[in-house]
Ligand binder design. Structure first.
Ligand code: ZN
Length: 351
């Protein structure tokens, strides 16, 4: 294994950012390669600790000559977001300097060739970081971007063109749901990873062998030793299933039995009034149309001081909020509906 340090020049003199990259060289020239990164949104750590638990398995496989394809690992992909604290609270989703989401506006290349990236010029630093991450990941057959949601089940975003070929990956990772998207996503890292291959003839792009996904490892507080180990096991099973690592002790993934739905089926259930949220349901619950999902206490102590939020259709509760104070218009629940949402969205679900 080889460790190197990437440096991103900051926006003022005397400031720069560093992050390590670990590379395993594959022993078999024809084997698929894999790229894993975590915490693109700087404070989303379930994937960081999953990678920490995965690395000993990869080191052991390397020592035993079982790493077949090249593997590149970036455990904490965003040193800029990692350093952003505001009055003691961590803020890793948007770059303070530009207000841009760290997972939007990645460069979309017409070919999977990092030399086509525009040159890195001084400032803004988040733009340089995005170009660097595309350069590090481009050309790998498997690209896994490990995030987490607010409070949620483990689930994947997958380009619709890669489904159902990626069902084995979802099964290997043990996620509970898969959301399929196509078209534009606002330039998320996942879109930048698949875009060049969608410009090619299908035979050349080999989409059936390609893996690109944004992994949502439950919620922000689900940073636990047991979960990290289970997620590392899932990542390892995926790498074995796809022939990146050889391990005869690992069984092939069974059929994926979780929820699969297009992004258009997602109901972003919001509250019309600001207040305290009292949930009736939790991630993983199945609900009926019209079922009460939550009560919003907007005028505490008053008659009619609360309102009920009902499910717009039957479905599966994917996520809810980890905070209990919500503004008017704020998201309450992400529900995977059984049919297209009346408020169907394309592209990114959230800012
Ligand atoms: Zn994220």
């Amino acid at each position: 294994m080889h460790k190197s340090i990437e440096t991103i020049v900051g926006d003022t003199e005397g400031v720069s950012y560093e992050f390590p990259v670990f590379r395993f060289s594959g022993a078999s020239a024809g084997a698929p390669s894999a790229y894993l990164q975590a915490a693109l949104h700087g404070g989303e750590l379930p994937g960081v600790v999953a990678i920490d638990a995965l690395m000993p398995k990869l080191r052991r496989a390397a020592d035993e000559g079982r790493v077949l394809g090249n593997i590149t690992v970036v455990p904490w992909a965003n040193p800029i977001g990692r350093a952003q604290y505001q009055f003691g609270d961590h803020q890793g989703r948007f770059h303070f300097g530009t207000r841009n989401n760290f997972n939007r506006d990645f460069p979309l290349l017409e070919k999977p060739d990092a030399s086509l990236l525009p040159p890195e010029v001084p400032g803004p630093a988040d733009k340089s970081l995005k170009r660097r991450l595309v350069a590090l990941s481009m050309g790998h057959d498997i690209v896994l971007d490990l995030h987490c949601d607010d409070e949620g089940v483990p689930y994947l975003y997958v380009p619709a063109q890669l489904w159902p070929a990626m069902a084995d990956c979802a099964a290997a990772m043990g996620v509970e749901a898969v959301v399929l998207w196509q078209g534009a996503s606002g330039g998320a890292f996942e879109e930048a990873s698949i875009h060049p291959y969608l410009q090619m003839p299908a035979g050349e792009a080999k989409l059936d062998q390609r893996v690109v996904t944004t992994v949502e490892y439950r919620g922000v507080v689900d940073v636990e030793r047991d979960l990290a180990q289970a997620d590392a096991d899932g990542l390892y099973r995926l790498l074995v299933a796809r022939g990146v690592v050889d391990d005869k002790t690992i069984a092939a993934p069974s059929a994926f039995a979780g929820v699969v739905a297009p992004l258009e089926n997602i109901e972003m259930v919001t509250t019309p009034k600001a207040g305290a949220v009292l949930y009736d349901v939790k991630p993983g619950d199945r609900v009926r149309a019209g079922q009460r999902l939550a009560t919003i206490v907007h005028a505490p102590g008053e008659k009619n001081g609360s309102l009920e939020i009902a499910a717009p259709q039957a479905g599966f509760v994917l996520t809810r909020r980890s905070i209990r104070v919500l503004p008017a218009g704020g998201d309450v629940i992400k529900l995977v509906g059984e049919r297209r949402s009346a408020d169907a969205r394309t592209g990114a679900l959230e800012d």
